[in-house]
Ligand binder design. Structure first.
Ligand SMILES: [Zn+2]
Length: 143
């Protein structure tokens, strides 16, 4: 097992390993509208695409589905759901499938067609922007 306390910042450790929650409207990815992929900050597994990110107004980055979802089939995504009863009322926790990092929760009040809102902590994520179009153009010239 990796020594997460050495690898992560104190805030990253608190959220991903102790099931913490960052303060609303504090996350660095809340208003990020760049195109790219959000990876697990612990193990680098791709979790959410910018294509499914939307502004929910709740104060945390929100996604309507996990990367790799096929309808309601999440077997090819990087996430798992777990029932969380720690606050009394049951909520569905979202964790990284590969390293079990706590990411956030999923609620049934998202936009259509999925109707889901993945409410994810910015500090649990590492954003990687898509390659710029110019680089792809360059590649085509050599073909
Ligand atoms: Zn992970």
């Amino acid at each position: 097992m990796a020594d997460w306390q050495k690898k992560l910042t104190p805030e990253q450790f608190y959220v991903t390993r102790e099931k913490g929650t960052e303060a609303p409207f504090s996350g660095m990815y809340l208003n990020n509208k760049e195109t790219g992929m959000y990876h697990c900050v612990c193990c680098d597994s791709p979790l959410f695409s910018s294509e499914k990110k939307y502004c929910s107004g709740t104060g945390w980055p929100s996604f309507s589905e996990a990367y790799g979802s096929k309808g309601s089939d999440e077997s090819h995504t990087g996430i798992l759901r777990r029932l969380d009863t720690s606050l009394g009322c049951p909520r569905m926790e979202v964790v990284c499938k590969q390293c079990e990092a706590h990411l956030g929760h999923v609620f049934p009040d998202g936009p259509k067609p999925t109707g889901q809102r993945f409410c994810i902590n910015s500090v649990a994520l590492k954003f990687k922007p898509s390659k710029p179009a110019a680089a792809l153009e360059h590649h085509h010239h050599h073909h």
